[in-house]
Design a protein around this ligand. Sequence first.
Ligand SMILES: *Cc1c(COP(=O)(O)O)cnc(C)c1O
Length: 456
Amino acid sequence: MADASPTCPGQDPSVADLLAVRPALSMHAMDGLVLEDVPLNAIADALGTPTWVMSAGTLRARYRRLATALAATDRPVSIHFAVKANDHLAVLRVLAAEGAGADVVSGGELRRAMMAGIPAEKIVFSGVGKSLEEMRLALQAGIAQINVESAEELELLSAVAEAEGQEARIALRINPDVDAGTHAKITTGLATNKFGIPYDRAVELYARAATLPGIRPVGLAMHIGSQIVRMQPYRTAYARLADLVRAIRARGLTVEALDCGGGLGISYRDETEGAPEALAAAIHAELGDLGTRLAVEPGRWLAGPAGVLLSTVILRKQGYDGMPPFLVLDAAMNDLMRPSLYDAWHGIIPLSAKTAAAATEQVHVVGPVCESGDTFGHDRTLPHMEAGSRLALLDCGAYGMVMSSTYNARPLAAQVMVDGARWSVIRERQQVEALWADDRVPDWVEKTLLPAGGGL
Ligand SMILES: *Cc1c(COP(=O)(O)O)cnc(C)c1O
């Protein structure tokens, strides 16, 4: 399993191990943990914790490495950033400036991508259940392509496009029935998953699409899952996609575009991260000679390593009967949900150099939310930390802030972006009053609060 469990046995990587493979992070004797050229303690001093910090330089460096790998062949592959991984406007702006397009899965994400200046002709709309309103929005915006995930959706979209007087450029998202070998909750390419069109029905449905009013089939799409670090599942899925292209062409239909999906994995613990060069090679080996336009939709690989979540130890709670103590943080599952949702492992580094060099101990790292699932790590080997110690949870740039909630009436954390030596708040910490600002209490509830006869 690529997404290592927090109870995963074996030696945790040390602070030095974690830093060695994260070029934007460094430890300085005086300044402590530094992201690009910004001491993270300076941000925590100014804003408190929990606070998310995104590194613009890391986003750019990763985008450029991916773009270079994908451009290294005669048939370039365009990049549509999966907005669901991190939809902050500043993040989207940084990527848009590099030339990124967007893969969106809701009307809200479509609006965000356009607000960030990503041109409609670089936006692809995926997702198993687009509402009619979302279809209209996509058609009016004139986006590049709508990835259709079912026969039922194809009929609905045809009706909407016809009513709008538009022609929808569509790709059929195929479910290649390939096991991505990743965590069950982030595998999407098995026949039993809700995603995509069954492989056996694809040719027939493509032919039907070509006859429908308001629909122009331009190609095929697939996305087999997330946090994939081995190339074999991609190879198998792409080979199946190539077979489909040939079968569709044999029916006299045209296939102009292939969307190879996202899913490239990163190194959270000690996995070898998915290499863009290897992905580019797999795409070209299996799909390169079909003469189509090619695209990918990475989210995690671009944004994950670019973000950290700063937190402070509220207290150390003694463990039961000689068991490891609990470090209770001021960040919780409502901020970073991945450990509770996917058993995800995130590296933890103290912000102080002195603390980072302290002798290690076994601890459980938890948040204060009233759920046992609010656990960042079980039996973690970490430098000794006390109440008040600050730390960074690593690799939180994807599926971090976007999954936050206000569960337990915890306001959303502040967000910062660093770029070289400068940093700016990109989202203020939510005020606690904002939590109930949109609540409405009906009159009749008010009345029931009053004692019989009214008055207090
Ligand atoms: C989530 C998703 C992606 C991005 O996945 P990553 O693992 O973040 O790269 C791409 N395409 C589709 C259709 C998705 O649902």
